[in-house]
Design a protein around this ligand. Structure first.
Ligand SMILES: Cc1cc2nc3c(=O)[nH]c(=O)nc-3n(C[C@H](O)[C@H](O)[C@H](O)COP(=O)(O)OP(=O)(O)OC[C@H]3O[C@@H](n4cnc5c(N)ncnc54)[C@H](O)[C@@H]3O)c2cc1C
Length: 393
């Protein structure tokens, strides 16, 4: 039958392409369908154009999900080192930015080319600009599209999350899941900058562009990394990482100088330079623009020798315990990932097959699995896709 395949994969992104060629290597006849005009758009955009394709330190607790144990089996079956072997076998040059965090040395295009070369070698068919109108299940899966109708023994849904609709993101995977009786865990934009109210922004607009290492905390989590003040609010890796845990309306606490105790800094400076202005001393350890923002007109005039305990206590609070309640996030238009998604409750963690319908698989970001910033989301795409590719009939 011309239009019958062993496996149809919906979504030609990271997980879909990886699953497709690994299934085809097992002698399956594989077709990939994508509604976009280009495949792997997020791969190309990722890591600032240099795709942070994995993290060698990937651990289970780098992921959030309603079931925090769900990722274990897939990550054990296909690890970051397995993916690195593949990358090295294609002679792709890479760099390690922070320990374990691997980026392409040249371009994300190298990763997409590798996936497409593997697909071509394994005779995977990829159809772009293909919109799916309807999916039916009898003994096999029938897929009605704007082009032709296709059937398959196994259907793999790899349509990703909702983030960045201009890159082809849709909620179609959730619709398919619901059609087949799966639950959806509430979705949220994640790995995303925070927005601040106009009132706060008006006060701190001169801070836009200032960046510094901080410790950001909410009730349950601490993140130490860089913060960037923007014209919309707060960004930088520390904020993107915190956004995975943040709940709307929640206050966050920011230590603007986590590596030092400001009391000690002032004490030692005061001994050496009692006539030095406070703002000049603070500017040694914090960006000058931030110091000017934090110090009111009175403080700006003060010399170190004039500081009394209440002033120092206030400085400690301002610098080590700066609190802010974001008004929201920049949302799906800039978020790197979607948290929540298809509940893992009715999905096998070993094969990624639906427990409700035989030969139906969900892989990658469409599931309720969210990795931290640092290459973990791609590793989840590869690991989950690998498991499905080894199980499809
Ligand atoms: C700007 C940006 C930078 C990122 N950088 C990194 C990084 O460096 N490292 C990292 O680990 N993660 C990064 N991520 C996250 C990572 O890109 C995703 O987690 C990963 O791509 C998810 O893979 P996926 O295959 O599940 O989904 P996607 O890669 O999103 O693929 C889904 C595919 O499904 C297709 N599709 C959607 N709806 C339909 C439909 N209705 N019909 C047919 N096809 C459909 C889409 O066109 C797309 O091709 C980044 C994300 C963004 C947005």
């Amino acid at each position: 039958m011309k239009n019958h395949y062993d496996v149809i994969v919906i979504g030609a992104g990271a997980a879909g392409l990886f699953c497709a060629f690994n299934s085809a290597i097992r002698n399956k006849r594989v077709l990939v369908l994508d509604h976009a005009n280009k495949v792997g758009k997020k791969i190309l955009m990722s890591g600032g154009g240099r795709c942070n394709f994995t993290n060698l330190n990937t651990m289970y607790d780098d992921f959030t999900s309603e079931n925090i144990h769900f990722v274990k089996s897939a990550l054990n079956q296909y690890s970051a080192y397995d993916y690195l072997n593949l990358v090295e076998s294609h002679n792709i040059e890479y760099v390690e930015k922070s320990p374990g965090q691997l980026f392409c040395k040249n371009s994300s295009k190298d990763i997409l080319k590798m996936l497409l070369d593997e697909c071509a070698k394994a005779s995977v068919k990829i159809f772009k600009k293909c919109s799916i109108n309807k999916i039916n299940k009898s003994d096999i899966y029938s897929i009605e599209t704007n082009v032709e109708n296709y059937t398959a023994n196994s259907l793999v849904v790899a349509t990703g999350g909702l983030s960045i609709p201009t890159l082809g993101a849709t909620g179609f995977g959730y619709e398919i899941a619901q059609q087949f009786g799966h639950k959806i865990v509430k979705t949220n934009a994640s790995l995303v900058p925070f927005t601040l109210s106009k009132k706060i922004l008006d006060k701190q607009k001169e801070l836009s562009g200032v960046s510094l290492p901080v410790l950001v905390s909410n009730k349950n989590h601490n993140v130490e990394d860089d913060l960037l003040f923007t014209h919309r609010g707060l960004s930088g890796p520390a904020i993107l990482k915190m956004s995975v845990y943040w709940k709307f309306g929640e206050e966050i606490l920011i230590d603007l100088l986590p590596s030092k105790n400001i009391k000690e800094v002032i004490k030692s400076e005061r001994l050496k330079h009692p006539d030095k202005l406070l703002i000049n001393s603070l500017s040694v350890v914090l960006p000058k623009r931030l110091v000017l923002y934090l110090c009111n007109e009175n403080l700006k005039e003060l010399k170190l020798k004039q500081l009394d305990k209440p002033v120092i206590d206030q400085l400690v609070k301002t610098i080590h315990e700066w609190t802010v309640t974001p008004s929201g996030t920049e949302g799906y238009k800039t978020a790197e990932v979607t948290s929540g998604g298809i509940s893992t409750e009715d999905i096998s963690s070993k094969t990624l097959e639906s427990k409700l319908h035989n030969n139906l698989y969900f892989i990658g970001e469409v599931l309720d699995v969210t990795g931290q910033l640092g290459g973990y989301n791609f590793q989840w795409a590869w690991s989950s896709a690998w498991c499905a590719s080894q199980a499809v009939k």
